[in-house]
Write a protein of this length. Structure first.
Length: 283
């Protein structure tokens, strides 16, 4: 099978594409209950990133989804250790409103956090619920990014629910995690109707034709590359982009340009993704 994309050719022959540094907008960090990850910590994640030419990943620690104080502290340390490679989403657990306030108060004191991670399904609390309001208002005031897990037909975080929330906070940027997996038409409509809503491709890759549909029906400038690293290897996800029936211009938008644009306000004085990558021993 031939693939005429120069980006795909670079990945196939060199394992990475120097002119297309990948930015991963949906990562995690650390172990997760009941799952074996070979490389859940920074050293292993960096090895996977270096192999595939991933310049940067924006993560929430798994622990932070349940215990934000401990997990966000853990994430802050990873960012301090590797400021050119890791950025963070500060998770909040809406079941504990006083802790949501505490995480907002801590937000300005840790470098490298670009916004919040919501996992309404994981916390069994609706995205439209009142306990998220302080974080949403803060994200709007401070022009932050909110990555929310979304899933088709979920009672906690369906695309329709994100469509209800996003227009109320126009200065916040919303990333629809997993592109509302399964309820594609609804998710695409929310992304089209709201300038501040973007689609995250994590897990959506495995549905045949979905990347082509996003490029055609929403636009590649609204699509973001994500992996759920350390759950999935970047190569699998990059391969899905390389072998989709889209143009290299669209591949670049998905793999880094859209992310570069969203992250630019947070990277003042920091190394741009195109810059040096600390080379680590391969494999
Ligand atoms: Zn995730």
């Amino acid at each position: 099978m031939t693939n005429s994309s120069p980006i795909a050719q670079d990945f196939l022959t060199r394992g990475r594409c120097e002119t297309c540094p990948v930015v991963d907008m949906h990562g995690h960090y650390g172990p997760f209950r009941g799952i074996y990850f070979p490389s859940p910590y920074a050293d292993g994640m960096l090895r996977a990133m270096d192999r595939a030419g991933v310049a940067r990943v924006v993560c929430s620690s798994h622990t932070s989804l349940v215990d934000p104080e401990r997990g966000n502290r853990e994430m802050a340390q990873v960012i301090r250790d590797h400021p050119d490679r890791f950025l963070g989403y500060r998770a909040v657990n809406p079941n504990y409103p006083d802790q949501v306030e505490a995480e907002i108060a801590r937000f300005p004191h840790d470098a490298g956090f670009v916004g919040f991670k919501f996992h309404p399904s994981g916390n069994c609390y609706p995205l439209t619920g009142d306990n998220y309001l302080p974080a949403l208002e803060y994200a709007h005031q401070q022009r932050l990014i909110v990555l929310s897990h979304t899933w088709g037909a979920s009672q906690y975080d369906s695309p329709e629910m994100l469509g209800e929330v996003a227009p109320k906070y126009p200065d916040a940027t919303f990333i629809m995690g997993h592109s509302g997996y399964g309820e594609w038409d609804a998710a695409f409509g929310v992304a089209r109707d709201n300038p501040n809503v973007y689609l995250d491709l994590t897990a959506a890759y495995k549905v045949a034709g979905i990347i082509e549909r996003i490029c055609r029906e929403v636009g590649s400038q609204k699509a973001l590359f994500g992996t759920d690293l350390p759950w999935f290897d970047p190569y699998y996800c990059i391969g899905c982009i390389c072998f989709s029936h889209i143009t290299d211009d669209e591949r670049r938008n998905i793999l880094h340009r859209t992310a570069d644009r969203l992250l630019a306000p947070f990277l003042t004085g920091s190394q741009p993704p195109e810059g040096k990558q600390e080379r680590r021993g391969s494999d």
